[in-house]
Design a protein around this ligand. Structure first.
Ligand code: SAM
Length: 266
């Protein structure tokens, strides 16, 4: 395995989830997955010591990075030039639309290897920012990837599965061993590609998320129990259409049918 020498990885900050990628094969897979052109824009979240940034620069695209840790300035500023800029800010507090408004670009790609405790907030922040982009390539904890990719009737299937699969086509790029990082984390990882769906069913996304939160609020309870306050007769019409029992639980219902139930329950 080609690795970057660990001597570059002093003083990683646990509080910022700093596990730096050192496996050149994994870095290369992620960069190949982004696959941008020189008139495109890549937003990188959490560049760290620039393991991905250095390779992404080969595309000669515009690159905008968000990094929270100013102690990395010496390393990252060396990568800055006409087309590569670092924003020293918490990505979760960023206004992406505003930050990219003066950059001329054709397609937008987003890539990140971030602390796993903010995986879902990061994806939600990107969805809430209302920007058009081609693809999000993101490293996540393997268990979280399994939840994003889960099918009904499995214990991994839940609220986040349905929300993400409404918005994106989600697929696995590669599983990544914990030894691809320095320091070595406790968990295994997966790189995912999330491609925004072009033909999303038109609905009020915030209301849909509230509805799903209720559907999955108590996983062992039936949908009927979790959806008190909704017009059950309307919901039952959809369940009947798919020959589903009144005692069905949300974890047994596909995202497509949950969307249909949501639309009829309004
Ligand atoms: N991308 C680098 C790599 O693959 O080696 C670094 C990965 S490290 C897991 C995560 C990076 O995200 C760290 O550099 C950390 O300082 C940064 N970070 C953590 N929280 C952040 C936030 N809210 N906004 C921007 N960067 C953040």
């Amino acid at each position: 395995m080609g690795v970057i020498s660990p001597k570059f990885f002093m003083k990683a900050k646990k509080s910022l989830g700093q596990n730096f990628l050192i496996d050149k094969n994994v870095i290369s897979k992620i960069v190949t997955e982004v696959s941008a052109c020189n008139d495109d824009l890549i937003v990188e979240i959490g560049p760290g010591r620039g393991a991905l940034t250095k390779e992404l620069k080969k595309y000669n695209s515009n690159i905008l990075c968000y990094e929270l840790d100013r102690d990395l300035k010496n390393i990252l500023q060396a990568l800055e030039d006409d087309k590569t800029k670092i924003v020293w800010q918490d990505f979760l507090k960023s206004n992406i639309k505003d930050d990219i408004k003066d950059i001329k670009y054709n397609k937008l790609y987003i890539v990140g290897n971030l602390p796993y405790y903010i995986t879902t907030p990061i994806i939600e922040h990107i969805m809430d920012s209302n920007i058009n982009f081609e693809k999000l390539v993101i490293m996540v904890q393997k268990e979280v990837a399994d939840r994003f990719l889960a099918s009904p009737h499995t214990k991994e299937y839940g609220y986040i599965t349905v929300v993400l699969n409404y918005y994106f086509d989600v697929s696995r790029v590669i599983n990544v061993s914990k030894y691809a990082f320095n320091p070595v984390p406790k968990v295994e990882s997966t790189v995912l590609r999330l491609i925004p769906k072009k033909d999303k069913i038109n609905l009020d996304f915030n209301k849909f998320k509230d509805f799903l939160k209720k559907c999955f609020s108590q996983k062992r309870k039936t949908l009927k129990n979790n959806l008190k306050g909704y017009d059950w007769s309307k919901i039952k019409t959809i369940l009947d259409k798919y020959n589903m029992s009144e005692n069905v639980r949300a974890e047994e219902i596909s995202g497509e049918i949950l969307i249909e139930i949501f639309k009829h329950s309004l």
